[in-house]
Ligand binder design. Structure first.
Ligand SMILES: [Zn+2]
Length: 204
């Protein structure tokens, strides 16, 4: 059975054992474009990736499956060198602890995503970034664009175009990096990990 056959079986729930870690050469490859029209297998894989993110953010399922929380995952992290990513960014609760009107500020499975425009302004998460494929803390500002426009094919085969800023823009850039063989720490200034270039936005 191939990896994609295993992951797309009806009974399979993606867990941390399916995720490859840094050092695996697949994470350094430029992944292949997904052929259109999408195959059922590619559609199911995207749905399984999204299901993994939902489980990882659900305290009960995360505990049961032993998952680290995640807001994004890319197919190469599952040892599948294809240009497929899933992003799931929850909105925070309000000050009284009520759930937000909209559960997610970004919920998308993207095939062949491409950044078609970006701001000149740069941005980084104030607390740095983590990655499901990296089992250690890497400190420093991961310098990215503060705003991006991404085009992709959705699971219905329709072309979509999204303008993203702030945290959502960072998440999409992190995942698109994965399909280009780039790890988040490649974007940290090696000599001065907390260097702040003029105009760079720090996102809390
Ligand atoms: Zn990652």
């Amino acid at each position: 059975m191939t990896v994609i056959e295993k992951l797309t079986r009806a009974s399979h729930l993606i867990d941390m054992d399916d995720i490859i870690r840094e050092g695996n050469p697949t994470l350094r490859q430029v992944a292949e474009e997904v052929e259109l029209p999408l195959t059922d297998q590619d559609i199911i894989l995207g749905e399984k990736m999204m299901q993994f993110l939902k489980h990882s953010q659900d305290p009960v399922m995360a505990e049961k499956l032993g998952l680290r929380g995640g807001v994004g995952i890319a197919a190469p992290q599952l040892d599948i060198s294809k240009r497929i990513i899933a992003c799931l960014v929850p909105n925070p609760e309000d000050e009284e602890g009520n759930p937000p009107a909209q559960a997610y500020s970004l919920e998308a499975i993207m095939y062949n995503p491409k950044i078609v425009a970006h701001s000149i302004q740069e941005a980084a998460l104030a607390n740095g970034e983590g990655c499901l494929s990296v089992d250690r803390e890497v400190e420093g500002y991961v310098v990215r664009n503060s705003r991006v426009t991404v085009e992709y094919i959705d699971k219905n085969g329709d072309k979509q175009r999204l303008k993203l800023k702030s945290y959502n823009a960072i998440v999409v850039q992190h995942e698109i990096d994965h399909i280009n063989g780039i790890m988040f720490y490649d974007r940290i200034n090696q000599d001065n990990p907390f260097a702040v270039k003029e105009g760079m936005l720090l996102i809390e």
